[in-house]
Design a protein around this ligand. Sequence first.
Ligand SMILES: Cc1cc2nc3c(=O)[nH]c(=O)nc-3n(C[C@H](O)[C@H](O)[C@H](O)COP(=O)(O)OP(=O)(O)OC[C@H]3O[C@@H](n4cnc5c(N)ncnc54)[C@H](O)[C@@H]3O)c2cc1C
Length: 435
Amino acid sequence: MNKNKNGVWTSWNDNISSNYESLYKITSEQELQEIVKKSEKIRVFGNKQSSADIASGVATLVDMRTYNQVIHFNESAKTITVQSGIILGDLLEIIESKDWCIPCLPDINTITIGGALATGTHGTSGKLLSEYVINFRMVLADGAIKTITEKDNLINAVRVSLGALGVLSEITFQCEPLYTLHIKEGPEDDTLWLPKIKERLQNHDFLRILWLPHTDKGYVIIGDKIDSNTAIKEDLGPSYLKHRRTASKILYKYSHVFPWITAIANKLLYKGFFSTIKEHKGSLYQSTVTKSRGSTLELAEWTIGLDLFPQVFEELKTEINKWSNKSFIHIPMDIRFVYKDKSWLSYAYQKDIVTMGCVSRNAATADTYEAFKSIEKIFLKHGGKPHWAKRFKAKDKQLSLVYAKWEDFKLLRTKFDPTNKFMNPYLEKLFNIKR
Ligand SMILES: Cc1cc2nc3c(=O)[nH]c(=O)nc-3n(C[C@H](O)[C@H](O)[C@H](O)COP(=O)(O)OP(=O)(O)OC[C@H]3O[C@@H](n4cnc5c(N)ncnc54)[C@H](O)[C@@H]3O)c2cc1C
């Protein structure tokens, strides 16, 4: 076990930092148990890619990224058991080499499995990543191990639990046979894509819309499962498309000073990078997940019931198009779809939902980005839920109104962690824990 003393922890985009007394790097479950048992206050972290202040801020920290081995495969059942610090991309390469897949993936491959599961990470046209887990081993506040399987009701509390019930140790995923997607992408007017959402979800295997604020357009990505040998007319568009994020960064450089620049920048970005049609094929991972990002960013994301989405979308659009409003929003707002589940703190608890991302390409000036405030106001008003890993201001009072199981989760948390060992200052406010 490796230990650092008295340092500063910093998130990937430098927006969050805090002092720590001890920072451990672990490689075994036993080490994790010992540290949890002896610590008064502890948080563990993965790749530090969350925008919410949930991964640090206490005396003892554990870097989970060195706890990253594959433990076991079951070839006939298509299951894989891994240590929770494994990076998602590494896990997916291993799974694909066996011709297996996880059928719903986020658009990032550098996060750890532990961080992804704890915060309700999701993709589109499927379920949260944590819904594909059939077995969790968790280190409890007293250092003991608890195994939670699909047979335990407790699994519905553990699947999305913010590291507040314990530390996820070994995770078993149920995989499915690998498949090939035929992807077609292209721009559409808002008046076209918005009314077609339900029909497209029924008729296609993959649907994602990159909404382009201030242009009246969405960039629609549709995928259908095909035989891997099916010939398609591959067209990846001009090679300069790969410079989209760099161009965005340059065009938005002064948008925190003059927010209206965003409306002009978006029109230019639409013309340059989102007006062509593309066609390609590949696995879900290879054809839809971004593998590298040239720069950091800051994120918020809100979710709302599928039926309410068109109304909320129109309200948001009207609000941000007002020139009196400073909420000019950077491209794109990522619109994705998650099917209902039973997990207490899932955004999709008992209903199909739409998720809508909101990005600031200038991470350093994110505090002045009015769009984060506007999206929160509108989604909360309609009963929307924020992504646990991203930027939002709502706390206990508002969350208790949108999560049917909020109070049950709080009660369970107090049983599992009576001394609030796993709470940092941000989570204490979130759960309204009085010191
Ligand atoms: C560019 C970018 C793209 C993204 N795309 C998506 C997306 O498509 N869909 C989506 O839903 N989200 C997305 N996210 C959010 C991302 O999935 C979460 O922020 C995720 O938590 C990051 O994982 P991490 O390893 O960096 O975790 P960290 O940020 O290090 O930790 C997150 C939380 O998990 C806890 N934690 C970490 N490991 C464990 C463990 N073993 N046991 C218990 N708790 C643990 C930490 O204490 C912390 O509270 C994106 C983020 C970025 C920056």
